[in-house]
Write a new protein. Structure first.
Length: 184
């Protein structure tokens, strides 16, 4: 079933991981930009459904639950219709990438949340789909930006030093996630 509108549950591990990520980001060459903005906004267009969204997901020092729910709905599994909460840290990564790239164009979403059934089907049908994909946890997204070279987005994302960065030049998209720092 759907997690649409459900509050994000913060476990001890998730809290500590977030705290450590915040401390680790202080040592990066590019400081976290999301903390410098009182309101954080991102725009999306879902390439499969045509749905569009421009949303402030962070306001007045807090993640906005209505904004997060709207993002979850847009990033739903377009094959099954399942909706799942999206990691706010993933949205912060997208926001910072947008600021670093100095663009306000919408992210074209190739893949957001994937249900376990969809992920298993894709793994069977194509190469490069992880069995335990972070897409199934709402912690990964595949995107591109019209008029912006995907390689440039990759370089900026690598410079940020957060989570996973996968560059798919032949398909012209970038994978971002909030897992451990790695790239391919």
């Amino acid at each position: 079933m759907s997690d649409y509108g459900a509050p994000t549950i913060v476990t001890r591990r998730r809290f500590l991981t977030s705290a450590l990520c915040g401390v680790a980001s202080l040592a990066l060459p590019v400081p976290s930009l999301a903390g410098l903005y009182g309101q954080r906004t991102v725009s999306f267009v879902n390439t499969h459904t045509g749905d569009k969204l421009n949303v402030a997901y962070f306001k007045n020092g807090l993640y906005d639950q209505v904004g997060l729910s709207r993002v979850a709905m847009l990033l739903r599994d377009h094959r099954s219709g399942d909706v799942h909460g999206i990691d706010p840290l993933l949205l912060d990564t997208l926001f910072e990438l947008q600021v670093l790239n100095e663009h306000d164009k919408p992210y074209e979403v190739i893949s957001g949340y994937r249900s376990p059934l969809t992920n298993a089907r894709l793994k069977h049908e194509t190469n490069g789909v992880a069995t335990n994909s972070l897409h199934m946890q709402g912690r990964a997204i595949d995107i591109r930006v019209s008029g912006v070279k995907t390689k440039k987005l990759r370089d900026l994302a690598l410079q940020m030093g957060r989570g996973g960065v996968g560059y798919y030049a032949s398909s012209n998209f970038l994978h971002l996630d909030t897992g451990r720092v790695r790239n391919w």
